[in-house]
Design a protein around this ligand. Structure first.
Ligand code: DOR
Ligand code: ZN
Length: 346
């Protein structure tokens, strides 16, 4: 029986939502993960330190009894964000990053940034105090093809921003392209990239070939196969610049299976078995701990977790329900389309 013991992992990019959905999805993450960087794209968004503290309290109140989970909060960057509030948020220790959504890029991004020059005072303050900027790295220009939006963002937004503010610490969230992986590999210590579970498993054929599969639709959208392979090489490389951010993003089935379906894959439940499967396929099981448990804390300048998680490879496939049930409706769990034999056993 093959076994694997890792430091307890963290999820460096997670959507927990609020209310009934929060109550349904939080136990799925808290079961395996000690901490998560919690995305602020609620309606209305989490913009100020006061918003983040109130949201953190709601998350802690929704935790199952006995669960130990530390939500690391983020602020949603708007053109009205006050640099002094961001500085106070960082000093409080509650807020660990600020999230840049280009306006219109994804779910609940309407309050995001249209003109980067308007947020330069905030970014300058963040550079000064070392607070990371998490970027949804896609341009929203309608003329740019959706499959090119990440590469164009790197060339036209990220690279110029980093030339202008080299001290700004940046996380390229959920990279999906070989260009994204290459940019992160060549950048200095002040930049890292998160990679999701699902982008290591699906390419765009999974979404579109043989019928449209809305539960594989997320943003940034999965790209062609060569990009998935580049992400696999990056994640399993052991390079400290890459770490896990699942972007687990629950939407009720009624809104996924819809004429205008929402973006998001829900992977909180089965990420750890899936990652063990992927890393074994890449002959890199010895690097899973770096990706899921070590590289993220190193970038965020936080201690690694004390606890551990144990996985075991068994002849019988790992079983998880097709859906979790929330009071808002069912949420389909990401289906990799193949059996997974790694079980989380402790
Ligand atoms: O697929 C996604 N879903 N990508 C995002 O950037 C946002 C997320 C969500 O909040 O649903
Ligand atoms: Zn996200």
């Amino acid at each position: 029986m093959e076994q694997l013991t890792l430091r307890r992992p963290d999820d460096w990019h997670l959507h927990l939502r609020d209310g009934a959905m929060l109550r349904a999805v939080l136990p799925e993450t808290a079961r395996h993960f000690a901490r998560a960087i919690v995305m602020p794209n609620l309606v209305p968004p989490v913009v100020t330190l006061a918003d983040a503290m109130a949201y953190r309290d709601r998350i802690l109140a929704a935790l199952p009894a006995g669960a130990a989970f530390d939500p690391l909060m983020t602020l949603y960057l708007t053109e009205g964000t006050d640099p002094a509030d961001v500085a106070a948020a960082a000093a409080s220790g509650v807020v660990k990053a600020v999230k840049l959504y280009p306006a219109g890029a994804t779910t609940n991004s309407a309050s995001g940034v249209r003109d980067l020059t308007k947020v330069m005072p905030v970014l300058e303050k963040m550079a000064e105090i070392g607070l990371p900027l998490c970027t949804h790295g896609e341009v929203t220009t309608p003329e740019v093809d959706i499959f090119d939006r990440e590469a164009v963002f790197i060339d036209t937004v990220l690279a110029p921003l980093r030339r202008r503010l080299p001290e700004l610490r940046v996380v390229m969230e959920h990279i999906t392209t070989e260009e994204g992986a290459a940019y992160a590999a060549e950048a200095g210590d002040g930049l890292a990239a998160t990679i999701t579970t699902h982008h290591l498993i699906i390419n765009r054929n999974h979404i579109l070939a043989g019928g449209i599969r809305p539960h594989y639709y997320c943003l940034p959208v999965a790209k062609r196969e060569k990009h998935r392979l580049a992400l696999r090489r990056a994640a399993t490389s052991g390079n400290p610049r890459y770490f896990l951010g699942t972007d687990s993003a629950p939407h009720v089935d009624a809104l996924k299976e819809h004429a205008c379906g929402c973006a998001g894959c829900f992977t909180a439940t089965n990420t750890m078995p899936l990652l063990a499967h992927v890393f074994e396929q890449e002959a890199a099981l010895d690097r899973l701990e770096a990706f899921a448990s070590l590289n993220g804390p190193a970038f965020y300048r936080l201690p690694v977790n004390e606890g551990t998680i144990r996985l075991e490879k068994r002849p019988d496939p790992c079983v998880w329900p097709e859906k979790i049930l929330s009071e808002a409706g069912p949420v389909t769990i990401f289906n990799p389309g193949f059996p997974v034999h790694w079980h989380v056993v402790a």
